[in-house]
Design a binder for this molecule. Structure first.
Ligand SMILES: Cc1ncc(COP(=O)(O)O)c(C=O)c1O
Length: 464
């Protein structure tokens, strides 16, 4: 859905990007950017049956608000649409023990990519056989732990890793692995590029023969069971075109393995990266549509290659948790800044910033926001929401229309912050990382508490 900015601008007024919604709607939510239970009552944002101003009166701001019903519904939508697949929730998007349990309860598997994420998954009681373990540089001790825990699949990413696995398997210890291959496809947002893109750290190249060599090597290792090939092509992908090219290349390798090595690989993983709406310009496909298209592609290719269809798996992270969370901030200062040409941009500083959402600074990501604590009839101004860190690039929302009377003490809520915000949060400027508060049916539960200054000092050993 694209909203063109069709309103008249006063001479010299600052124009936002063309996809910004019309400022006349400034108090309303754009529903597809928000979790399913989010709505406004007299200007106050409600999520999970709770008024956000009441909620943050207890937990303070900034705070991530996680709509449990929405998270579970999105997880179920993937599980149901991809019923013939294994759906691994990519924990790197956001993971805590509560979320790991919800994932298990909804019948999904879980992907981890570090020892820390594995610890959280195991602490939550996730069945190790339903865990996948990613990473381009797993240490020997991490691999030993994964094998000892009986992890369902380790996604091998290098010859060094194969060597490490060989050193700890055998003598009764076995590892079930997939090999991460580089299919020469990179997909981001609405674009995919099916050339080159071998120049990155993940995977073993199909083109230069490393992937085939890794297959041969793993098949020869006595304690390692090869489940299949794995490909992940990027993030914020809105259609199946990139998956189609990747699947074709991975299945061609699979056919070669069958022809030359006489081995039928039983599984294949097409990775994650399914897009979500951060702004009105984004129009994600729904899981059912993706499932139909991806299944057709694989079925068609396997028939053409004369190989049996492998059991498929996917790894959505952002598409499950992204829209389920919003971040609530308190406005601290409001500063109109006159730009060259006379237009004015209103800088609204909030009590968080790049320490709780690095994506704007890191990826030039777009977000939107809304006034969450009251309605306003004030004419809109084009605002930039910035954090409180010592960095000019500390921007949370680059452009959004807010009521012109936005002022200190107002609450602002930013939707779509479930993925890669809390999980990438930092202590920059010794910020205390915010809590995650799960809300459902009028009940709030802190599932990750706010850090304290004692937490910060706990690792500071003093001048000993
Ligand atoms: C191997 C792999 N699988 C899954 C994902 C999840 O991607 P997303 O959260 O965009 O679905 C990622 C993200 O980087 C990844 O690297």
């Amino acid at each position: 859905m694209t909203h063109e900015a069709g309103w008249a601008h006063a001479p010299g007024a600052l124009r936002g990007p063309s996809w910004l919604r019309e400022p006349g709607d400034v108090n309303d939510l754009v529903p597809h950017l928000w979790s399913q239970t989010a709505h406004k009552v007299d200007g106050e944002l409600h999520v999970g049956g709770l008024a956000v101003p009441d909620l943050v009166a207890n937990v303070n701001t900034p705070a991530y608000v996680l709509d449990e019903a929405d998270f579970r519904a999105r997880a179920r939508a993937f599980r149901d649409a991809f019923a013939a697949y294994d759906v691994f929730y990519a924990g790197k998007a956001f993971l805590c023990t509560a979320v790991a349990r919800w994932i298990q309860e909804e019948g999904l598997c879980l992907d981890v990519c570090s020892a820390g994420e594995l610890t959280v998954a195991l602490r939550a009681g996730v069945d190790p056989a339903r865990i996948g373990y990613h990473g381009n540089n797993k240490t020997l001790s991490e691999l030993r732990r994964a094998v000892a825990a009986g992890i369902g699949r380790i996604v091998v990413d290098s010859f060094d890793e194969i060597e490490r696995l060989e050193s700890i398997t055998g003598d009764g210890a076995t590892a079930r692995v997939m090999i991460r291959v580089t299919a020469g496809v990179e997909a981001h947002t609405h674009e995919y590029i099916a050339t080159a893109h071998e120049d990155q750290k993940f995977g073993l190249s199909i083109t230069n023969g490393q992937a085939f060599e890794a297959v041969r090597r793993v098949l020869a290792a006595p304690g390692i069971e090869l489940l299949g090939l794995h490909s992940h092509i990027g993030s914020q992908i809105f259609d199946s075109a990139g998956f189609e090219v990747a699947a074709r290349r991975v299945l061609a390798l699979q056919a070669r393995v069958s022809d030359e090595l006489g081995v039928t690989l039983p599984e294949m993983d097409l990775g994650g990266g399914f897009g979500i709406a951060y702004t009105t310009q984004d129009d994600p496909a729904d899981p059912a549509q993706l499932a139909t298209e991806m299944s057709k592609i694989v079925e068609h290719e396997c028939r053409a290659l004369g190989i049996p269809e492998p059991r498929l798996s996917i790894e959505p992270g952002r598409a499950i948790v992204g829209p389920a969370m919003c971040t609530v901030y308190t406005v601290g200062t409001v500063k109109p800044v006159q730009l060259d040409g006379g237009a004015v941009r209103t800088y609204v500083s909030v009590d968080g910033g790049m320490s709780d959402n690095i994506r704007t600074a890191l990826y030039d990501a777009d977000y939107s926001c809304t006034l969450a604590s009251r309605a306003s009839d004030a004419p809109p101004v084009l605002a930039r929401v910035v954090g409180k860190h010592c960095e000019a690039g500390d921007i949370v929302v680059k452009d959004e229309f807010l009521p012109g009377d936005v002022r200190p003490g107002d609450l602002l809520a930013v939707p779509g912050t479930g993925a890669y915000c809390r999980s990438m949060a930092s202590n920059y400027n010794h910020a205390l990382r915010p809590p995650v508060v799960a809300v459902r049916d009028g009940v709030a539960r802190v599932v990750v508490r706010r850090e304290t200054e004692d937490d910060l000092l706990a690792t500071d050993m003093g001048d000993l």
